[in-house]
Design a protein around this ligand. Structure first.
Ligand code: AMP
Length: 469
């Protein structure tokens, strides 16, 4: 099957050819003809299946005819997070380059005034998060009565985030006769109810079983004790030991922990960014851009911020915490092993996480292999000293350089790297660095004030660390 058999317009086919895609993914193959036939579609597909193009491409074809009127968008796409909304806009920019369409984003963190000016000019495609959209309709600056096509994307995530009442309100503001495309990775009862209420005789298109995990992802779990520092030690060790690690997302359950893990990794010389819902929009975008471009190989993230992000070729996913909702596990590890590539997902499991692991194993219908990783720091150095060092480097606010030299940093970091023997599976930095090549920064020794301090780290995970405070 090729794209040319799906009924897409010549302009859209040319745009697809320009991206280099030659074969539609299963969701594209199944959904696009129904969308073009103006049918409602219920798409059950995870992110990573190519589902964005499954609605963007036929929408571009349909939008070639007709014109937008002021304050009355022709099509509306609802996304649960700002990042996903921005990503869908990028898809329109990419595939719709040859068309003069007005595509507007209505997301939080951006001024109302600018958004209002765009709406006034007339919008062909409006991509919005539910809250901001309703703010605009309530202010009277936006009429949804001209919407011919509504897309509700990542519906199960909308449910997790408490957006379902907003979605119901929005569905009542758009014309009854509109076409609706509804995408979800799973079908919990509440989502089923919504589809029964708001879709008209939909074509059901399913590309993988709900909550199934890709066979290209190697999943494992490692056990740690109750103390929070044990997870951080284990994470560092896993990062150092990881084979073929190009880039990784490290998931935490809480925003607070995203910040703690981010700071901890940064202090230990890793090159890392962070992504969570409390960061302002520009900081979120900057982190994501740096990660996408490979400038930061590690990203610590919360579920809400990372859901559905289009980050190609993530080699590793680490669950710093096991997610409370088993569905989130499927979504998290769906960041790796995409489009048939190999991926690795490792969960760090404390006694408090055991219950969540059991729920995940039940959902995915398989057990997650237990890997035996002996925590180097707490066995080879004196545990008390290690713990003290951990606290000195991670739990406190960054201190002045003078203090650091005297008490905390030098002493605390030395036992961890320099005094211990390398872990059995740990390669010396020299043998790891060449696979990454010259694009990576010079070895740690040239960049850090403390020679040898990070020499056990793969070079590509090192960037100059600027001391703050
Ligand atoms: P999505 O599921 O929409 O997040 O898409 C996942 C990734 O697949 C994105 O990086 C897309 O650019 C890519 N993609 C979409 N359609 C195709 C295709 N037909 N062939 C190869 N890659 C694709």
């Amino acid at each position: 099957m090729s794209f040319s058999n799906l009924g897409l317009s010549d302009k859209v086919l040319a745009a697809v050819a320009a991206t280099g895609y030659t074969i539609p993914t299963p969701i594209q193959e199944k959904a696009i003809p129904h969308v073009l036939a103006r049918r409602d579609v219920l798409g059950i597909a995870q992110t990573g299946t190519g589902k964005t193009a499954a609605f963007v491409l036929p929408m571009l074809t349909l939008l070639e005819k007709g014109r937008a009127r002021a304050r009355m968008p022709r099509t509306l796409i609802l996304e649960p997070t700002r990042e996903l909304a921005a990503q869908v806009k990028e898809n329109f920019d990419k595939y719709g380059a040859g068309q003069k369409l007005n595509v507007a984003l209505l997301i939080g963190g951006v001024s109302f005034g600018d958004q209002d000016t765009k709406l006034m000019r007339g919008v062909d495609v409006l991509i919005a998060t539910p809250g901001r959209l309703l703010d605009h309709t309530e202010r009277g600056g936006l009429l949804l009565t001209g919407v011919e096509l509504l897309v509700i994307d990542e519906a199960d995530r909308m449910l997790d985030m408490g957006f379902i009442p907003d979605i119901e309100r929005i569905c009542k503001l758009v014309p009854f006769t509109r076409q609706t495309l509804f995408f979800t990775a799973t079908m919990p009862p509440e989502i089923r109810r919504i589809t029964e209420t708001f879709l008209h005789n939909p074509e059901k298109v399913e590309v993988s079983k709900p909550a199934s995990t890709a066979t290209t992802v190697t999943q494992s779990q490692v056990s740690v004790g109750r103390e929070p520092h044990e997870k951080r030690e284990m994470l560092r060790q896993l990062l150092r030991d990881a084979k073929d690690l190009k880039n990784a997302i490290i998931f935490c359950n809480r925003k607070r922990d995203v910040a703690v893990v981010y700071k901890s990794l940064q202090k230990h010389g890793f090159s890392v960014g962070a992504l969570h819902g409390d960061m302002d929009q520009s900081a979120r975008t900057a982190s994501l851009d740096q990660f996408r471009k490979g400038e930061l190989p590690l990203l610590v993230a919360s579920d809400v911020a990372a859901r559905g992000l289009d980050i190609p070729e993530v080699s590793h996913v680490f669950n710093f915490d096991v997610p409370h909702h088993p569905d989130d596990y499927v979504h998290r590890i769906g960041r790796t092993g995409r489009a048939g590539r190999l991926g690795t997902a490792i969960s760090i499991v404390s006694p408090a996480d055991q219950k969540s692991v059991a729920a995940i194993e039940k959902l995915i219908g398989q057990s997650i292999a237990r890997a035996d990783v002996v925590p180097v720091a707490s066995t080879e150095a004196s545990p008390a000293r290690e713990q003290q060092a951990e606290r000195a480097t991670e739990d406190r606010k960054p201190r002045r350089d003078s203090q650091r030299t005297r008490g905390g940093r030098n002493k605390s970091r030395k036992p961890e790297g320099a005094d211990r023997k390398p872990h059995a599976a740990e390669k010396p930095a020299q043998s790891q660095a060449p696979s990454i090549g010259r694009a990576m920064p010079p070895p740690a020794r040239e960049q850090h004030a403390e020679p040898g301090d990070h020499s056990h780290l793969p070079a590509f995970l090192l960037r100059p660390v600027r001391a703050r405070g």
